[in-house]
Design a protein around this ligand. Structure first.
Ligand code: BDR
Ligand code: CA
Length: 335
């Protein structure tokens, strides 16, 4: 089993990524970092704890991350993920305390305990990982794999015309992480799952029905003409919560002219963390624009070595979206 440290800004698709990993026998989640992004770090931490309770995995340590990005004020995105970050889902409040460690400290502790075998996954801003690098500069060599959901290399972005949310929220942290992973050649390159690819992973209402069917509670329907805010009545609490979260996400995508669908950014990155073969990748040198007046937070990839710098990322550039969605539905449904 893969020993994992995961860092989320939970978030609807982060929630699905978490449930997917909990449902995966190949994954052993050793710790969860909560980063401010979609909602505040405190709300993210509450969401992480609550999902663990719902999923019957209460013993995984959940650490609170930095409450703000390295330089900017925290921006959150309630219109995308709902007031609490989990759409219409109403999870029972968690009964457990947060870890006494900060998210950065938890990263370092787990990297030391599982040196050479720990797989890291970040599906939110890179603030905690950047702070962890300050504490332990050897981190790039200590991880067996790092997967990041973030960036948009061919534009348009989903936050500004050229930026993707996770990088845009904390560009300094993102640059620090990419620079650190480019500084040494003794470790595998982080795998970056950018918007260019994750927007091709499209969950549809039928997939939610299929998921419920796999779970043995058929008849779950999210219909485009349902009234806004309709709730699931599924007898299975996990299906009910997921369906309520996903419904909100589909309504959001429709409001932004993307159709009554939901992009599965973070579940895709989670799957890559377990099995990189889900994507074709291309090595490149990634850098982050910090000072542009209209491009701050833009990720730029040098595919051709024009900068003369060592590659610092394997950028996921192609996949089989239908095969992945079938896998996601099957895995989460059979949890
Ligand atoms: C990323 O932004 C967040 O809103 C999602 O959870 C995902 O991690 C996509 O740009
Ligand atoms: Ca996220």
């Amino acid at each position: 089993r893969q020993q994992m440290m995961i860092d989320l800004d939970t978030g609807i698709d982060d929630s699905l990524a978490l449930v997917y990993l909990l449902a995966s026998p190949e994954a052993r989640i050793r710790g969860i970092a909560s980063t401010g992004g979609n909602v505040t770090a405190r709300q993210v931490a509450a969401n992480n704890l609550a999902w663990l309770d719902v999923c019957g995995a209460p013993d995984i340590p959940v650490a609170l991350g930095a409450e703000a990005p390295i330089l900017d004020e925290l921006r959150t995105s309630e219109e995308t993920h709902g007031p609490q970050g989990i759409g219409y889902a109403e999870l029972p409040a968690a009964r457990r305390e947060l870890s006494p460690l900060s998210a950065a400290e938890l990263w370092v502790k787990l990297a030391r305990e599982h040196e050479g075998t720990l797989v890291g996954l970040v599906t939110g801003p890179l603030t905690n990982l950047a702070l962890a690098l300050d504490l332990e500069p050897r981190l790039p060599e200590m991880l067996s794999r790092l997967v990041i959901m973030g960036g948009a290399f061919h534009h348009p972005g989903n936050t500004t015309p050229s930026t993707e949310w996770n990088i845009s929220v904390d560009p300094e942290a993102a640059k620090q992480v990419f620079d650190a992973f480019g500084a040494a050649e003794t470790h595998p390159l982080p795998i970056v799952c950018p918007l260019d690819l994750t927007e091709r992973i499209i969950l549809r209402p039928d997939d939610v029905s299929a998921l419920a069917e796999v779970a043995g509670v058929p008849g779950e329907v999210i219909a485009p003409d349902d009234p806004l805010g309709e709730r699931s009545t599924s007898p299975n609490p996990l299906i009910r919560h997921l369906s309520d979260a996903i419904r909100f996400y589909m309504e959001f995508h429709r409001a932004y002219d993307q159709g009554f669908i939901a992009h599965m950014h973070d579940p895709f990155a989670a799957a890559i963390a377990l099995n990189p073969h889900w994507a074709k990748t291309r090595a490149a040198t990634v850098d982050v624009e910090l000072s542009g007046t209209i491009t701050r937070g833009t990720t730029v990839a040098d595919w051709a070595g024009m900068w003369g710098r060592h590659p610092n990322a394997d950028i996921a550039s192609d996949t089989d979206p239908e095969a992945f969605l079938a896998h996601l539905v099957e895995r989460v449904g059979s949890f």
